[in-house]
Design a protein around this ligand. Structure first.
Ligand SMILES: CC(C)(COP(=O)(O)OP(=O)(O)OC[C@H]1O[C@@H](n2cnc3c(N)ncnc32)[C@H](O)[C@@H]1OP(=O)(O)O)[C@@H](O)C(=O)NCCC(=O)NCCS
Length: 216
């Protein structure tokens, strides 16, 4: 459970999944598919929440609700074939000139098709637009496929952190972005209007109640 996950400034452990079993390999998939990446919509929620349930057992419904309803500009979804192929939640940390990646996940059937690489490239574009010069994240020490992905994408391992409530030891990563691409001033995205947050909150509450009834 991530008690501090609601606050933008809190040190997030980056919901780096602890792999549950042998990594699925799907080498026979066709060459890279280009996903369209945009802000999350309520129609994406069930697929996103189910993906989180499968990958991040310690993520709470509360935390996801907070992100979906109040932090939509920070939650970017990759869509392919009308499905949620993956998503990323980011956080601007101007004090360290960093766009921090809190969570990155790709739906199982879309893995090994370059979706995570595209989401990381998208994060680099966001960082540049928002005037931030670095990407940061944490990854569980046993998450071999994610560690390989970050190494291949040029993220350096710069430290480690321990989260007893989220599976143990995490490797802290950092990537400096080319200075020429970064906007001159830090400009983080506007929050959603209040009416939309409230509407999303109502939809989310109805969904969690329905889910609680059906899983009882
Ligand atoms: C880790 C994770 C995000 C990777 O997502 P992904 O979309 O499969 O990643 P990519 O496709 O960009 O790259 C993964 C592999 O596919 C390969 N690949 C990419 N495009 C490919 C293609 N078109 N054809 C075949 N292989 C391809 C990459 O070379 C890479 O190979 P490697 O594992 O041998 O290094 C995903 O497995 C996941 O969501 N895991 C659970 C949650 C998690 O661990 N999140 C990260 C927390 S830190």
């Amino acid at each position: 459970m991530l008690a501090h996950a609601r606050h933008d400034t809190a040190p997030s452990p980056a919901l780096s999944a602890v792999p549950k079993s042998a990594p699925e390999r799907a080498r026979s998939v066709p060459a890279a598919d280009v996903a369209s990446i945009g802000l999350s919509q309520p129609s994406d929620w069930v697929e996103m929440l189910e993906l989180v349930d499968r990958c991040f057992p310690y993520a709470t419904e509360d935390m996801m609700g907070w992100w979906l309803c109040y932090q939509r500009p920070l939650l970017h979804v990759a869509r392919l074939d009308g499905r949620v192929a993956g998503f990323v939640h980011v956080q601007a940390r101007p004090e360290s000139d960093t766009l921090w990646i809190n969570i990155l996940a790709v739906t199982e059937e879309f893995r090994h098709r370059g979706i995570a690489r595209q989401l990381l490239a998208h994060c680099e574009r966001l960082a540049a637009e928002w005037g931030l010069g670095r990407l940061g994240l944490q990854c569980h020490e046993a998450n071999a496929s994610a560690l390989r992905l970050y190494a291949l994408q040029g993220h350096a391992q710069v430290g480690e952190d321990f989260h007893a409530d989220a599976g143990g030891r995490y490797i802290v990563h950092d990537k400096a972005l080319p200075a020429s691409a970064i906007a001159a001033a830090v400009r983080t995205p506007a929050a959603d209007p209040r009416w939309r947050c409230i509407a999303h909150r109502l939809i989310y509450r109805a969904w969690t109640r329905r889910r609680a009834r059906t899983t009882r």
